[in-house]
Design a protein around this ligand. Structure first.
Ligand SMILES: [Zn+2]
Length: 254
């Protein structure tokens, strides 16, 4: 299994980092893909990937909730890293209007700029969208969604939204612990997405699956997401593991 979206470099893991990595390996997680957040997380992200270079793979990007008045400098700094190191994707990027709408215009500009980077460098994008589905599509369409490939991370949307995502042929759907929550109604229509379009993630330390809901999440818990997916798709657990890992390998070329 692959955790395609995990922030294990954050301080929530400082105390038991190596033990947490061991637990992930024992649980059968073969790779961790680490999206960046902003300028403040870059050093920690690189440190984690340098400690386990064959296990932790970095992405680079500016998260929408970190789009502030310093965005121009932040973007310049983040862009400069692509010339210095190897990254598997531009991420995580997108639009988040749940917490704050102050920078809606700027969030769109920053998102579009980073979509251009992904085309320039031929890298996938990992998209965060919260209360901003139409705005995200407006940006994707402005650069041409067929020019892009990537993941709609932490998907939990309506049937209509899922249908819209499915029309973006080069995009996969990232499913995390939310699929195990009691009130997750997207479970009912999730299987209109072929399993070939699904990848697994944790978004650790956030969004721990049931039975750990509300606690710190970690990559080892991917197995709970896989179990739920097996139920939703009526497939053997081993098939879900194999398919979702293949999907991630293909997209990220890892
Ligand atoms: Zn994230």
């Amino acid at each position: 299994m692959i955790d395609t979206h995990t922030h294990v470099y954050l301080e929530e893991f400082d105390e038991d980092w190596e033990v947490m990595i061991e637990r992930a390996k024992k649980a059968g997680i073969t790779k961790l893909l680490l999206p960046n957040v902003d300028s403040d997380t870059v050093v920690r992200l690189h440190e984690s990937c340098d400690r386990h270079p064959d296990y932790c793979f970095p992405m680079m990007g500016l998260h929408p909730t970190s789009v502030t008045s310093s965005r121009k400098n932040d973007l310049m700094e983040i862009r400069s890293w692509f010339d210095k190191r190897k990254y598997i994707a531009v991420g995580e990027i997108g639009i988040d209007l749940y917490w704050d709408k102050t920078y809606i215009k700027e969030q769109k500009q920053v998102f579009i700029e980073q979509l251009h980077w992904s085309m320039e460098m031929n890298l996938p994008v990992v998209i965060h969208t919260r209360d901003a589905f139409p705005e995200v599509f407006e940006c994707l369409n402005s650069v041409g969604v067929h020019n892009l490939r990537g993941i709609f991370h932490s998907f939990g949307g309506s049937r209509e939204e899922l249908e819209k995502v499915l029309q973006c042929e080069n995009f996969l759907i990232g499913i995390n612990g939310v699929v195990t929550f009691k009130n997750s109604n997207f479970r009912d229509h999730l299987n209109i997405a072929p399993i070939e379009r699904i990848v697994t993630e944790t978004d650790a330390p956030y969004l721990a699956p049931v039975p750990f809901r509300g606690k710190r999440n970690e990559p080892a818990y991917i197995s709970y997401v896989v179990e739920k997916l097996a139920e939703v798709y009526g497939l053997p657990i081993e098939t879900v593991k194999k398919k979702t890992s293949e999907n991630a390998h293909k997209l990220f070329k890892i």
